[in-house]
Design a protein around this ligand. Sequence first.
Ligand SMILES: Cc1cc2nc3c(=O)[nH]c(=O)nc-3n(C[C@H](O)[C@H](O)[C@H](O)COP(=O)(O)O)c2cc1C
Length: 256
Amino acid sequence: MIGVYLSGTGNTRHCITKLLSLLDPDASLIPIESRDAAEQIRNEDTIFLAYPTQFSNIPFMIRDFINTNCSIWEGKKVFCLTTMGAFSGDGTGCAARLLKKYNADVIGGLQVHMPDAVCDNKMLKKPLEENKRIVREADKKLEAVAKDILENGKYPREGLGEIAHVAGLFGQRLWFYNKTTDYSRKLKISDDCIGCGMCVKNCPMGNLSIKDGKAVSANKCAMCYRCISSCPKQAVTLLGKKVYEQCRYEKYADVI
Ligand SMILES: Cc1cc2nc3c(=O)[nH]c(=O)nc-3n(C[C@H](O)[C@H](O)[C@H](O)COP(=O)(O)O)c2cc1C
């Protein structure tokens, strides 16, 4: 068993780490950007694939990875785990349908509510206490799911059915389809950038570089918000124009 994940602000990394630590403490965890992620999947029978919902859809980076490595999924047992800020309809179903196309056996799906990573949109900002409560609830849910799998062999199937498909499609995905059909070119870096290279180091796509002492973005942003939430000058934005409060899982976890 292995966990393969994309995580921008740490929510998904936390959820997959917690779930797998309860199911199989020996399971390895691999960020999707690792050079050998595909090779590791090829060598395992059961894969836990985890990613944040983006616009009720799979992040393009995950879609691209699944499609590029289409031969590795044949006959694999895959469990899809997604995290979401509010609503995802069929966040897990989006990857599940694609994986089935490549003959994977999708054994379950889990959609976990976590703090919203979009920190440059004021409307999505929640008070610290609320985010801590959300994380506590998520942990309880993950513990209950692990117990049910271990004791009853029962895997949840959240987001995999037809009703969830319709909810995800009409609830959000149809209106935002164009946002997830490719990597984004819209990352903005303000003059506040000091060229420290933190964003370059953190980007899972290698999309950022330093030029003339300032960070510059190419056109392959995965919209994970890792650079935005780690910039010491809050100089990076994507969907909004100003960072209200950087999001990082660790900020919400100190009560646990
Ligand atoms: C570009 C973008 C789009 C998002 N779209 C949705 C969405 O449609 N529905 C939702 O509930 N959360 C949405 N979110 C929130 C994230 O799914 C959520 O915060 C997730 O837990 C972040 O996980 P991470 O820290 O592992 O990246 C979005 C976040 C980003 C960055």
